[in-house]
Design a protein around this ligand. Structure first.
Ligand code: GLC
Length: 415
């Protein structure tokens, strides 16, 4: 399998948003912009963030149980705090209260668990003194940052190109550190690209460096030029039509990326499974997010849901991995996946059972079973080439899986 095929068949990733912001239980970085906290108070969190219970071996074990095949940790969010050891800044875990490199242990633990290792990295850095915090008329509050230019001054790259050069050298240098010091990096997940153009970020050079240092590394599309990067990243939703390139939906379990105890809007495990099914049926991936606490623990609200999802995946893996898209939308009212020999129909909910219908099937159904239990189901298939297969499968209430029932159809060529 080439690197992208392996990524495309992974289908489930774990996104981890973690940093000093977890102490306050508010969103990562954005409180700086929204004025929830003074700049100095935000930055002082780095001198308190010392996650004494951090055990990425446990995180990886949970990820395994959840059925996850790749992970993406925020090595640096927009706030500029690096969880890794960087020679280029003092605003980092080893040089502040944590006193150690938090990325190394993560990379080692996940790699040892057989999970692909991904790094999230923000192109923008609201801490760095050379980063020109953009003065957008829509975001005048951003000028609160001490190193931002006063209102009325245009974008400062033009005003001081040498300063921008220094920033780019720093930012590219940190990416180089990540790609040099942590063994094989399977995926780079960029973000924060919207503040500048690809030309300004020197994204082409950045990708060239990645390809040189780690030729197998997969790169997402947030480099301010959609032609760069390997795959698309719709955020917080599943696109109605699948993008015409590899893609991944990233989504929170509640509504915040970082740990936020006051956000109780948790999705049920069944909703997570439904999202995984829908994304898989459209040939994409699902990057499901958790926000660990400041101590380094993944709260039960997340882990319990991930375990339910993982248990469901373990029982239904044939419908998720090693399969392609199923029948076209509208041929079956729900997600479906399949290969030459089988078609998998996902039925969500349906506590009372149902009759599942498929139109336009150009193969003969040999048997219909509940994938998880192997229970045979009654079905009838009318017509051959002329009616192009009107199929009905009866799913009795007694065989319904409350999370999602997968019906497996064994197929043979039409006689
Ligand atoms: C957005 C947010 C950022 C978050 C990311 C995850 O770009 O700015 O906070 O990390 O989405 O997809």
């Amino acid at each position: 399998m080439d690197r992208l095929d392996r990524f495309r068949d992974a289908h489930l990733g774990l996104f981890i948003h973690w940093g000093p912001y977890a102490i306050r239980g508010f969103e990562a970085s954005w409180p700086l912009v929204h004025g929830d906290v003074p700049f100095d108070a935000y930055e002082a969190l780095a001198d308190m963030f010392d996650p004494t219970c951090y055990d990425p071996v446990q995180w990886a074990a949970l990820a395994k149980e959840a059925g996850v095949r790749y992970a993406v940790l925020t090595t640096k969010h927009h706030d500029g705090y690096a969880l890794f050891d960087t020679q280029l800044s003092d605003y980092s875990a080893p040089k502040r209260a944590a006193g150690r490199d938090l990325v190394r242990a993560y990379a080692e633990a996940f790699r040892a668990a057989g999970i692909m290792v991904g790094f999230y990295f923000s192109l923008c850095d609201w801490h760095h003194e050379d980063y020109p915090v953009e003065l957008s008329p829509h975001r005048p509050e951003r000028t609160r940052m001490p190193h931002a230019l006063p209102p009325g001054v245009p974008r400062s790259i033009e005003a001081d190109p040498a300063r921008w050069d220094r920033y780019i050298a720093f930012m590219h240098g940190q990416v180089r550190e990540l790609l040099t010091n942590y063994g094989q990096v399977d995926l780079l997940w960029f973000d924060g690209q919207w503040e500048h153009t690809a030309e300004e970020w020197r994204s082409v050079e950045l990708v060239a460096m990645i390809r040189e240092l780690q030729p197998d590394c997969i790169v997402n599309d947030r480099l301010a030029d959609p032609t760069l990067g390997d795959y698309a990243t719709p955020e917080q939703y599943v696109p109605v039509a699948a993008p015409n390139r590899p893609w991944e939906t990233c989504m929170t379990i509640n509504e915040t990326w970082a740990w936020n105890p006051s956000d109780r809007a948790y999705k049920q495990a069944g909703e997570l499974v439904a999202t995984l099914a829908e994304v898989t049926a459209k040939g994409g991936n699902f990057l499901v997010n958790v926000g660990p606490t400041a101590d380094g623990e993944i709260p039960t609200a997340f882990s319990s849901r991930l375990r339910v999802m993982g248990d469901w995946i373990a029982r239904n893996r044939d419908a998720i991995f090693g399969v392609a898209e199923g029948v076209p939308a509208g041929a079956y009212y729900g997600p479906s996946t399949g290969n030459d020999d089988a078609l998998y129909l996902f039925a969500m909910g349906r506590a009372n059972g149902d009759v599942l219908r498929v139109r336009g099937l150009d193969r003969k159904v040999v048997s219909a079973t509940v994938l998880d239990t192997g229970q045979p189901l009654e079905f009838d298939q009318h017509g051959g080439h002329l009616e192009r297969g009107a199929l009905r499968v009866t799913l009795p209430a007694s065989l319904v899986d409350p999370i999602a029932t997968v019906v497996k159809l064994d197929l043979a060529p039409l006689a």
